[in-house]
Design a protein around this ligand. Structure first.
Ligand SMILES: O=C(O)CCC(=O)C(=O)O
Length: 291
């Protein structure tokens, strides 16, 4: 059983929280974010979606096909706010079968630096306390995503480790995954493998090609993920799940009629080396800013 901590009065990582994180690879902090804040983020995202012209960009995000990874729109998204569609949102004629707000898979990856509401949320003291309390010397938010997990068509996210996509030497990535709506086994909550961060190494490295124009995935370790040991990480609205970069996690497709909105912030340690072949490259005009 993964322990849950009441974090409504959170003011720092306790020894019990740290022990749980080190043992399981994930920390469950209930009530860390207020319902009002979840509503504020959801409203702000609604406004951003209304301002997006879906006729201009048709980038699909899928963790199973990864066609997006060769696409300029995706490659530049580390320093922009970009909109990615659900694979199943299109009909045979290539047209959207749903209104845009029910067709998006996610928005990413620099809202925490480019949008006032998301920036204020991401740069809160509690997140800094979490990152420092779990060992980061200089927490540096690298990417953030608003994930919709739409009713009926919300796509599966296959088992992965965040350190595949956000690589530092030594490994230092922390994922802060915030439930903006209740996440249950019915609407595609996250699942994770407790202790899976200690079994095998980082399985794959997702790298930017040398010419900068594409990406490729390199296999590093063939140890299979022990998916038979996965457990659901159900998260009521306001819960924050904190993952280490090696923690194997996934989510299944959402076939229910309820959405499952989440906001996720990935933070690296600025004292670690950030290799130049990471997919996410910031131009000098938008350097990463400490938390
Ligand atoms: O929200 C999901 O379904 C997947 C999110 C995820 O894997 C991540 O934030 O690393």
């Amino acid at each position: 059983m993964i322990p849950r901590f009441d974090a409504s009065e959170f003011n720092g990582i306790t020894p019990e929280m740290r022990d749980a994180f080190e043992r399981d690879g994930v920390l469950v902090l209930d009530g860390l974010v207020s319902a009002e804040m979840c509503a504020l983020l959801q409203n702000r995202m609604n406004e951003m979606v209304k301002g997006f012209d879906a006729r201009e960009h048709r980038s699909v995000f899928s963790s199973t096909s990864e066609a997006h990874a060769q696409d300029q729109y995706f490659l530049e998204s580390g320093h922009e706010i970009r909109f990615f569609m659900e694979e199943e949102a299109f009909g045979a004629d290539g047209q959207l079968t749903k209104p845009l707000h029910l067709a998006l898979n996610k928005v990413g990856h620099a809202m925490h630096d480019l949008d006032e509401t998301f920036s204020q949320f991401a740069r809160q003291d509690r997140f800094r306390l979490i990152c420092r309390g779990l060992g980061q010397k200089k927490p540096l938010p690298l990417q953030s995503m608003y994930i919709f997990k739409q009713p009926h068509i919300g796509g599966e996210v296959v088992c992965h480790q965040d350190a595949t996509y956000l690589r530092t030497e030594p490994e230092s990535c922390l994922g802060l995954w915030v439930a903006i709506e209740d996440a249950t086994t019915e609407n595609g909550c996250l699942w994770g493998i407790p202790g899976g961060h200690k079994t095998g190494g980082i399985r794959e490295a997702f790298r930017r090609a040398q010419d900068g124009d594409g990406t490729y995935t390199e296999r590093l370790d063939d140890t299979p993920f022990e998916e038979d040991k996965k457990v659901p990480l159900e998260a009521p609205k306001g819960t924050v799940l904190v993952f280490g970069g090696k923690f194997p996690h996934m989510s299944s497709a959402n076939r229910s009629d309820k959405s499952r909105h989440a906001y996720t912030l990935h933070v690296i340690d600025g004292s670690a080396h950030y290799p130049a072949d990471n997919w996410l490259r910031r131009p000098p005009r938008l350097p990463l800013k400490a938390l």
